[in-house]
Structure formats: structure tokens, C-alpha cells
Design a protein around this ligand. Structure first.
Ligand SMILES: *[C@@H]1O[C@H](CO)[C@@H](O)[C@H](O)[C@H]1NC(C)=O
Ligand SMILES: *[C@@H]1O[C@H](CO)[C@@H](O)[C@H](O)[C@H]1NC(C)=O
Ligand SMILES: CC(=O)N[C@H]1CO[C@H](CO)[C@@H](O)[C@@H]1O
Length: 201
């Protein structure tokens, strides 16, 4: 039945069943395309990246993401942008982007940045204004402001929907927590330490 439907699609360019049919429902990973006749400049536009993010939080950092949810015209184009603000000592904690390599430009301040290779080697670098650094796709990476003044970075990512998985949030703060037994064995510590960390997320 499914192959008949696909054959019909090849022959006629359309599916026999409407997308609302549960049997042949089509689930899009990207976003549906707008009618090209209705596209305007605003579909490729965002304003406000000159405004600093609010870093009054426990991490002392803020990320403004300009991805396909913000600029619909990015759909399928494989690129997005972020502005990251850091208070003195502020941290963008260890995280990965499952779908993107990231290239970071420091606009202001001094950052210590790093990523961990698949061989478990830490690669670090201190960056100042004008410096550029690359975080390869899928690797755990972080940034910390090591100066007494604020820092600002712009990053570009080669996905319109790079995704972000914050390691601590995932491991210790998942909805439906990972069983403590899994974490005590994984980190080789007692349950009370795991429970203490879990309580922070
Ligand atoms: C899109 O453009 C068509 C004409 O090309 C127009 O009839 C229609 O109302 C437009 N739709 C929207 C949502 O603006
Ligand atoms: C920044 O965030 C803090 C904590 O959520 C809030 O109290 C404060 O009003 C915010 N500042 C601005 C300028 O929005
Ligand atoms: C002012 C301030 O918080 N400075 C901190 C910047 O980051 C370095 C490294 O973590 C800290 O040692 C400083 O105290």
C-alpha cells in the first residue's frame, strides 16, 4: 500500500491521501515552505542583535539564537547565528550542537574556550577581541569569561536548526530523572552526591 502510494507520487507528483490522513500522515522535519508569491524581505530578516542579553542568572551568560524559528527564510539553508553575552566570570556551560559546527568571533572581552575531542583530549584557547575559534560538530564545548569586564561573542552554526544539548541539564535535569543507580555507577560516586547535583537542576 505504501509503495503504491509512493509510485503514485512518482507518477503524478502528489500523494493520493491528504496529509491529514493518519495512515499516510507526512511528518516534516523541516518547516513547511511558504508560498513563494507571499515571501517578503521580512522572511529573511531579524533585528535586535545589538541589544545585550540578560546575564543576571546563575551562569552569568545569555544566548540569543537566530535560527529558523526566528528567520523562516533560513529553512533548509544550513546556517544560523547567535549572540552570547557573558558577565565577568560568566559561563556558557558544556554543551553540544548535534547538527552543527560552530565558529565563534569575540567582539568584546576575554574568553577561555574549549572542546573535548572524541579521544577525550581537552583543547583550550584564550581568546580576545577579534579572535575566531571553531568548535567541531557534536563535540562537548564551553566558554567562560575570564576577565573582570563583560564579554560578547557572535557565533555562526552550519545548520538552520543546530540544536543544543546542555550536558549537565541532560544528565542531571531530565524530565523523568535518570535512575540514581545509573548515575552512581556512571560517575563512581555515592547516591547522596548524585541527589545533591540533581537537586540543582
Ligand atoms: C498569498 O498570495 C496570494 C496571491 O499570490 C494571495 O491571494 C494570498 O492571500 C496570499 N496569502 C497570504 C497569507 O498573504
Ligand atoms: C534580568 O533577569 C533577572 C532575573 O530573571 C530579572 O530580575 C531582571 O529584571 C532582568 N533584567 C532586565 C533588564 O530585563
Ligand atoms: C570578576 C570575575 O568574576 N572574574 C572571574 C573571571 O573568571 C575567572 C576564571 O574563572 C575567575 O578567576 C575570576 O574571578
Amino acid at each position: 500500500m505504501a509503495s503504491y502510494s509512493v509510485l503514485l507520487f512518482r507518477l503524478t507528483g502528489r500523494y493520493l491521501f491528504s496529509p491529514s490522513s493518519t495512515l499516510f500522515a507526512v511528518f516534516l522535519c523541516g518547516f513547511p515552505c511558504k508560498n513563494p508569491k507571499n515571501v517578503t524581505g521580512d522572511d529573511f530578516f531579524f533585528s535586535g542583535l545589538d541589544i545585550p542579553g540578560n546575564t543576571s542568572n546563575t551562569l552569568g551568560s545569555s544566548i540569543i539564537i537566530v535560527d529558523v524559528k526566528v528567520i523562516l527564510g533560513l529553512n533548509l539553508l544550513g546556517i544560523s547565528l547567535e549572540r552570547i553575552d557573558f558577565a565577568p566570570g560568566g559561563v556558557n556551560p558544556p554543551h553540544i550542537h548535534p547538527r552543527a559546527t560552530e565558529i565563534l568571533l569575540v567582539l568584546e572581552g576575554t574568553l577561555l574556550v574549549g572542546f573535548i575531542t572524541s579521544n577525550n583530549k581537552l583543547i583550550v584557547k584564550v581568546l580576545v577581541k577579534g579572535d575566531v575559534f571553531v568548535f567541531p560538530k557534536g563535540l562537548i564545548h564551553f566558554q567562560i569569561n575570564i576577565s573582570v569586564s563583560v564579554a560578547i561573542a557572535i557565533t555562526a552554526l552550519n545548520s538552520e536548526k543546530p540544536g543544543s544539548i546542555v550536558i549537565g541539564d541532560s544528565i542531571f535535569g531530565s524530565h523523568l530523572p535518570i535512575p540514581v543507580d545509573v548515575l552512581t555507577k556512571a560517575f563512581n560516586v555515592d547516591a547522596d552526591i548524585i541527589e545533591k547535583i540533581q537537586s540543582k537542576f
